[in-house]
Design a protein around this ligand. Structure first.
Ligand code: AMP
Length: 208
C-alpha cells in the first residue's frame, strides 16, 4: 500500500507512520529526517537545506523532489510517506507519478500543536520520536531504542515554530483541500491517544 500521512507539525504524523512500519513493514519515508540526515552528513544538499529548515521555511522543491523520488522509486512494496507533499507543486508531482492508496489527515488545532511541539524531543542517532508530555524516554535524555542522546530539534524554537505553522496554513492546507476534492482523504481527530488513532487508521485501511 502507498499511504500518505498529512497534518500540522505536532499532529503525530511521524509516530503514526512508525507504528504502521512496525506493524506492516512498509518503509517510513520521512522528509524531515531525510533532510536532517543530509545536514548531519554535511552533503551539498544538506548545506543548502539547513538554512531553510532552521528558519522554518520550506526547502526548495527541486531538492525535495530529488530526495523523495529516490526513496519512492526504491519502495516497490509500498510506503508510508510523512512530511510530503507540503505544497501544490509537490502534490502534483506525487499524483502524476505514483499511485496513492490512502491519505490520512491528522487534524489538530494550532494551540495544541504548539504545546506538543514544545514538548517534543528526538533521538540524535536513530531519530526515534519522544514527547515529554505523552511519550518520554524511560531514562531522561537517553533513547530507549539505541541509547543515543535525546534532544530538542534546532527548529523547535518559538520563531521557527511560528513560521512553520504559517507555511502549513498558507501552503499545506491547499494540498489537503485537493486530496479531499479527489475523495482519497480520511480525516482523524489527532487530539486522541496515539493507539486510538492507530486503530482508526488500520480500520480505515481495512487491515484490522
Ligand atoms: P518536519 O520534520 O516534517 O517538521 O520537517 C522539518 C523541516 O524540513 C520543515 O520545517 C522544512 O523546512 C523541511 N521540510 C520537510 N519536508 C519538506 C517538504 N516536503 N518540502 C519542503 N521542505 C520540507
Amino acid at each position: 500500500m502507498n499511504i500518505i500521512i498529512v497534518g500540522i507539525q505536532g499532529s503525530g504524523k511521524g509516530t503514526q507512520a512508525a507504528l504502521l512500519r512496525e506493524k506492516f513493514g512498509w518503509p517510513h519515508i520521512n522528509m524531515g529526517n531525510l533532510l536532517r540526515d543530509h545536514i548531519n552528513r554535511h552533503t551539498e544538499l544538506g548545506e543548502t537545506a539547513q538554512h531553510y529548515i532552521e528558519q522554518g521555511q520550506l526547502v526548495p522543491d527541486n531538492l525535495v523532489l530529488k530526495l523523495v523520488t529516490a526513496e519512492l522509486d526504491a519502495a516497490t512494496d509500498g510506503f508510508v510517506l510523512d512530511g510530503f507533499p507540503r505544497n501544490l507543486v509537490q502534490e502534483r508531482y506525487l499524483l502524476d507519478n505514483y499511485t496513492i492508496d490512502a491519505v490520512i489527515l491528522l487534524e489538530l488545532d494550532d494551540e495544541t500543536a504548539v504545546r506538543r511541539i514544545s514538548a517534543r524531543r528526538h533521538c540524535s542517532v536513530c531519530h526515534a520520536d519522544y514527547n515529554m508530555l505523552s511519550n518520554p524516554p524511560e531514562k531522561d535524555g537517553v533513547c530507549d531504542s539505541c541509547g543515543g542522546e535525546v534532544v530538542m530539534r534546532n527548529d523547535d524554537n518559538p520563531d521557527a515554530i511560528r513560521v512553520r505553522l504559517e507555511k502549513f496554513h498558507q501552503k499545506t492546507r491547499k494540498v489537503i483541500e485537493l486530496f479531499k476534492e479527489r475523495g482519497i482523504a480520511f480525516e482523524i481527530d489527532a487530539d486522541q491517544p496515539l493507539m486510538v488513532i492507530h486503530q482508526q487508521i488500520i480500520e480505515h485501511l481495512d487491515l484490522a
